[in-house]
Design a protein around this ligand. Structure first.
Ligand SMILES: Nc1ncnc2c1ncn2[C@@H]1O[C@H](COP(=O)(O)OP(=O)(O)OP(=O)(O)O)[C@@H](O)[C@H]1O
Length: 130
């Protein structure tokens, strides 16, 4: 913490932290293709939630899954940026770091798909065959 930061009140520091986090989020949304895809998938899940009138508990699961997915994509982008800052040349360690960060997103995406099926299978089937 520098001298300028120490002079700030707690509320000012909190507000500044929020502004930095917001700037990071808008950066990822604007520049990352994968984030746009995740947002589209999240919007589709929310629309399906309304269409099939899923219960409150399922909404809660959906919110956790969507929030986790977006947060993980943000962290993946942060890892990519840090690696790019360290080296722009090909480096096996850079490759491993980026691949491992991407693997975290892949694992969570697979879990999200399974949960999506568990939530929507029954309402979709009953709508189709009723
Ligand atoms: N400096 C590097 N050295 C070695 N391999 C790299 C390096 N940078 C990227 N790679 C390889 O290329 C892949 C894609 O890296 P890149 O930085 O382009 O991410 P990206 O395609 O933008 O990822 P995402 O689609 O998640 O945003 C990495 O997973 C890694 O395998």
């Amino acid at each position: 913490m520098d001298l300028k930061d120490r002079k700030r009140t707690t509320r000012q520091r909190l507000f500044r932290s929020f502004c930095c986090a917001w700037a990071g989020l808008t950066l990822v949304v604007r520049h990352e293709q994968n984030m746009k895809f995740h947002l589209l998938a999240a919007a589709a899940a929310v629309i399906c939630g309304f269409v099939f009138s899923i219960p409150l508990f399922h909404w809660m699961i959906l919110v956790v899954i969507i929030g986790g997915m977006l947060a993980l994509e943000v962290m993946n982008t942060a890892v990519e940026r840090v690696v790019d800052m360290i080296t722009e040349d090909y480096h096996p360690a850079a490759e491993k770091a980026k691949d491992i960060a991407a693997a975290a997103v892949l694992v969570y995406s697979a879990a999200a798909v399974v949960i999506g099926i568990l939530i929507f299978y029954e309402p979709v089937m009953s709508r189709l065959f009723s």
